[in-house]
Design a protein around this ligand. Sequence first.
Ligand SMILES: [Zn+2]
Length: 404
Amino acid sequence: MIETILLSVLIVRTTWRIFLEVLNLLHSTSPQVEIPEVLKDKLTPELLEKSKQYLKDRTKLRILSETTQLVVTIYLVLQGFPRLERLFLAYSPLLQAFLFFGALGTIFYLVNLPFRLYSIFVIENKYGFNTATKRTFLRDQTIAVSLILVFSALLIPVLLWLLKHQVWWWQASILTFGFILFFWFIQPTLIAPLFYKFTELEDEGLKKRIKELIERSSAKIPKIYVMNASKRTKKQNAYVTGIGRSRRLVLYDTIMNYPSDELLAVVAHELGHHVKKHIQKNVILFSIYATILLYLMNFVYQHILKTNAFDVQRPHTIFVYSFLFVSTISYFLEPLVNYLSRKMEYEADLFSVELLKNPAAMISALKRLVKENLSNANPHPLYKVWYYSHPAPEERIRALSQVQ
Ligand SMILES: [Zn+2]
């Protein structure tokens, strides 16, 4: 029974994903669709055409990747997982788990690799966004894989220890919470510097203005860094990260050529996230979310254990089935997560305007972002509800124009 349910949810999720992609593409590239009024001064018909083409290329790749992943996952569910389990049965329980997760990780990595390579070196290259060389890519991959190996070596024994308990969801939930806090603390100081170079902001004039802004916003952010994002992309961003002493404001070097009032508006938006405690709220929300999912996983786990479903017996294999089951279902909660995220983005925009009293600068920065990142000017409403963690630029601009 549970076999049929798992296969059904996998198929329903992929079908729904592809449906949303096609719906969004047809809507956004339809010839009747016009440039939104608020974007008309920045977005020429040529740019609109280019952004439609960009969307088309990415959507096609996504549909192909979704379909491939579904086929591979169905094979693994029906045959792959049990076969892999049997392959390593002669070893100790810990080694079995390491080999099993290692094999799975390798399979998923290799299945995704061609899509990732095509996305970066063909699509992003074609539209002039990619600046990463093959060498940088290889270096990033080596570091990322090494990090995964280190974290797996630490976490797999913990997982096996947890699975020995009949009820493990609440212990797992406490550990997850601890791990998130730990990760947030080390991410800016230990992880991110493995990939990017961070230098303290040198422009004294700008530094002074940003520090003033931080002080006025009553945020406590001791350091401002510039990150060499341009080594990989031309896309633009800024963020506040870290907990306690590791907290910092990070500016992509790609936004350093913004006019200073626009740059300050973006910084004020990021400060808004901080002052309105969005990071803390996200950590709490995520913990509640994770607890619910872990509870469900424990439930599915016990069910598989009792019914001998899927013809597997080792705790790590049963765990993978319950994880796959619950993570597939959780896709249908994405609209809720993104709804909360969009609310926070509006709040941060509003904060930026309150702090700087300059909505025009934020509007202008958003228009620049649409133009330079070739953002989709006309996403389908349902696609926005499902996937957009930020309100569409057009909506943010309209909301900002109403604040006076
Ligand atoms: Zn934001």
